[in-house]
Design a binder for this molecule. Sequence first.
Ligand SMILES: Nc1ncnc2c1ncn2[C@@H]1O[C@H](COP(=O)(O)OP(=O)(O)OP(=O)(O)O)[C@@H](O)[C@H]1O
Length: 257
Amino acid sequence: MADAHNPAAKLSVRALTRRFGGLVAVSHVDIDLHEGEVHAVIGTNGAGKSTLINMLSGELAASSGSIHLEGRDVTQMPQPQRARAGVGRSYQRTTIFPEFTVLENCRLTAQAQARPRPWRIWESAQHCDASLQRAHAALASAGLQHQAQTIAGSLSHGAKRQLEVAMCLATEPQVLLLDEPLAGMGAEETERMLTLLQQLKQGHAVLLVEHDMDAVFRIADRITVMVNGAVVATGTPAQIRVDPVVRTAYLGEEEHA
Ligand SMILES: Nc1ncnc2c1ncn2[C@@H]1O[C@H](COP(=O)(O)OP(=O)(O)OP(=O)(O)O)[C@@H](O)[C@H]1O
């Protein structure tokens, strides 16, 4: 049934649509994100992937359709609230503070996430401790604990992207929306990030928008294919590889063995 949300999914999206004037950038998209799965969204340039991820994170309002986080309707919830509710994201472009240390970057994100209650001033020290703990935990999960005191701007490109994931983890999300985390990475950095993503899916539902098809077909548990704003197929990598509609509309004659 088109409107029924999947209660087993962390994030369940139904008929999500975004129009820009006459252009339908995302059209009636259904998608379910489950804990323990990397769910990749692929599609040609302009297929609507960024628009979709922006609606899921709450940065862009949906024109119609709905988004449920663990059964709760978050469609109208603004981005900061949605992040606090458990939807974290990383961006295509690096958003770190380059002059601060790796740890400070994570701590600031964790602190920004904590619900401010200024009238309870005695809580502020506790918040700092809690934020620091979250920052350390996030760095450990992202494999950056040994670079905690490194100035973020001096990290390699790959480590900066790892830091972005760590900053996302510092908000203790249930759902991770990752926008091209492999962009600009060399082979070794890509391997490190793929290992990290494999680990992160334990305890999180991961949505991955990524252009590196080899990586997507290796790492994804499920793949959703978008063409012109609409979903043309969803399935396992094995199913997507042989799907005739996908092969014609998106993969062309290319083989992804
Ligand atoms: N703010 C906007 N105003 C008008 N049109 C927009 C806006 N944002 C996106 N679009 C259009 O919506 C469509 C989908 O764009 P989107 O960026 O979501 O695609 P994409 O799949 O992420 O592409 P890419 O892989 O190149 O990042 C495109 O036709 C784009 O030009």
